[in-house]
Design a binder for this molecule. Structure first.
Ligand code: ADP
Ligand code: MG
Length: 585
């Protein structure tokens, strides 16, 4: 008796479904691609429970006749290619004729579709079998509903993650589809709420704006290059919007989102030394080239491609990015005129300083009388070193001499010149304060003068919502503000309105990159907050700000490095100076 038999279509479709339909996001990808292939310029995607219980996709594309609609669910049924020659020049996103058959095999599907000159039709399928077919009154286009995904393949069901995580994967697919088709308007609804809307105005910048927000759209540079039949276009982010991971990088080949390491490295190489290690550039790069130069039929989900000449494509990407970055840097250089303002801190020289016609008063040397009982009062109190708890009073004389290169503070203290790195020092001070509050389990937080609305990308919003408790514990207070925005009322430390968003984004990335069990995670997060909240190098400080900082530094005496281990201050003694000037030998 022969042991070999051909599998019945029910099983073979389930097997095929295993390759094409890994999770709800794969369904969304296939359905959206079908809508684009059908010429739609209006797509609505709705999901519930991470797409596991419910997916609905509506498009205004060409629709199908009743006959086609029934055929569409058969395996290898496609209208997009006919001969093997066609395989060499695939201009549509789909061509394998597998998606609808695979999806239908592992779910309950309803389809409503109408094409020009035909009556509309409604089909209902269960596990791939058509169980009902009726005429339907509907506008031209297609609506497909996919319910109870994997209800008949329990093993696959077990591999699904939480609804939130599955929603995240879907959001990613929806965003990529928007980035690849700026002419298509997309509405995305999650659990009854509109999460994303893109108008389809044809502009890639608008895509970036709706998906990632204004900050990203503003910090992008256009790229454009055409050579050897390869056209490169798109938007690349300046260094300031680099990220801690590669999730905000996209490549599209002839309109199809793909992943390719060589291309990624080519684009990143063009940034060479402009990014710190561990930072990855933001980019959306479209590559258009003749169909015969690229094979897209190498992977069932078509996310990987093979180029006939990968090196050449990589080179074009590299040069497109490199040239755009270089000309953006040129623009900055041309527009830069040094600020014509006096430094706000009054240098304590022996004579008034004339700067731009203004004469500045000279502050007298500061002499403070210490009263240790009173030392935590803010901010102009007498100061004492924290390790000095002798009762009674000690007097420390110091004098702020000035600020150097808008980065270092010079003080005269204890017969020494002390140079303090303002950023490192400030960062260390905040770090110590937060760590102390954490050790003593004291609540921290600085209420903002007026609440700040922060618009996040859908992914980011979801992450923040999911981890709100942790943010609150860190000293944040915020509430949902609609359209992926949060209204922030309190931050862990004083950070200024402009810094709020940057801090939250940075924390999201840090938290995503680390796991709860990681040792030192809290410290790392506190470090991030301190770094963001600290005054930057290259910014002129008000004399009062300098004074407050210096007093903090002196008070904490012993600490000599910033949390990253960079030195916080260096000093030259009067003795060394006298040696240098050969006053003493
Ligand atoms: P493929 O996209 O690879 O051709 P699918 O299984 O995804 O295979 O779809 C099968 C066929 O059904 C398509 O070739 C197309 O003719 C038709 N079809 C699928 N979705 C739509 C849609 N939204 N609008 C019009 N026709 C569609
Ligand atoms: Mg398809």
């Amino acid at each position: 008796m022969s042991k070999i038999h051909v599998l019945n279509p029910d099983i073979s479709n389930k097997i095929a479904a295993g390759e094409v339909v890994e999770r709800p996001a794969s369904v969304i990808k296939e359905l959206m691609e079908n809508a684009v292939d059908a010429g739609a310029d209006l797509i609505t995607v709705e999901i519930k429970n991470g797409g596991i219980s419910y997916i609905r996709l509506t498009d205004n594309g060409n629709g199908m006749s009743e006959e086609d609609a029934k055929m569409a669910f058969l395996r290898h049924a496609t209208s997009k290619i006919a001969t093997s020659d066609d395989l060499e020049r695939i201009s549509t996103l789909g061509f394998r004729g597998e998606a609808l058959a695979s999806i239908a095999a592992v779910s309950k599907v309803e389809l409503m579709t109408k094409s020009d000159g035909c009556e509309g039709v409604y089909l209902e399928l269960d596990g791939g079998e058509i169980i009902s077919s009726q005429p339907a009154g509907c506008p031209k286009g297609t609506t497909i509903v996919v319910k109870d995904l994997f209800y008949n393949t329990p093993a696959r069901m077990k591999f699904l993650k939480s609804d939130k995580t599955e929603t995240g994967y879907i959001t990613d697919i929806v965003q990529r589809l928007i980035l690849s088709n700026p002419n298509v308007s997309v509405k995305y609804i999650v659990d009854g709420k509109e999460r994303l809307f893109f108008s389809g105005d044809g502009k890639l910048t608008s895509c970036v704006y709706s998906i990632y927000g204004r900050e990203y759209a503003k910090a992008c540079v256009e790229i454009q290059r055409y050579e050897n039949n390869i056209n490169i276009s798109g938007l690349i982010g300046k260094a300031e919007i680099s990220r801690g991971n590669r999730r905000f990088q996209s490549f599209f080949i002839n309109g199809r989102y793909i992943k390719n390491h060589a291309l990624t490295y080519a684009a990143e190489a063009a940034y060479s030394n402009t990014l710190m290690t561990g930072r990855f550039p933001f980019f959306v790069i479209h590559i258009n080239l003749p169909y015969e130069l690229v094979d897209i039929n190498v992977h069932p989900t078509k996310q990987e491609v093979k180029f006939s000449n990968e090196r050449m494509v990589c080179d074009q990407v590299y040069w497109a990015v490199k040239t755009a970055l270089a000309s953006a840097a040129d623009e900055v250089r041309k527009s830069f005129t040094p600020p014509a303002k006096p430094s706000l801190i009054a240098p304590a020289l022996s004579e008034p300083v004339k700067q731009l016609g203004m004469s500045m008063p000279i502050p007298p040397p500061v002499k403070t009388t210490l009263d240790t009982a009173n030392m935590m009062a803010e901010p102009y109190e007498p100061i004492a070193r924290e390790d000095d708890h002798a009762d009674g009073q000690e007097e420390i004389s110091y004098r702020i001499v000035g600020q150097l290169f808008d980065t270092y503070i010079i003080i005269e203290l204890d017969e020494k010149i002390v140079l303090i790195d303002q950023h490192a020092a400030h960062e260390r001070m905040i770090y110590e304060k937060l760590l102390k509050a954490k050790r003593e389990k004291k609540p921290i937080g600085q209420i903002l003068l007026s609440p700040v609305a922060v618009t996040l990308s859908p992914d980011e919003f979801e992450f923040v919502a999911e981890n709100a408790e942790e943010f609150f514990r860190l000293g944040f207070d915020f509430e949902e503000f609609g359209n992926n925005a949060i209204l922030v009322r309190q931050t862990p430390v004083n950070i200024g309105e402009d810094g709020v968003k940057a801090l939250i984004l940075e924390l999201i990335q840090k938290m995503q990159a680390s796991t709860a069990a990681m040792p030192g995670k809290e410290e790392e997060i506190i470090e991030t907050i301190s770094c963001k909240a600290a005054v930057k190098g290259k910014s002129s400080l008000h004399s009062l700000e300098i004074k407050a900082l210096i007093e903090d530094v002196i008070r904490t005496g012993g600490v000599n490095t910033c949390p990253h281990g960079r030195p916080l201050m260096i000093s030259i003694t009067k003795y060394e100076l006298e040696k240098m000037f050969k006053r003493i030998v």
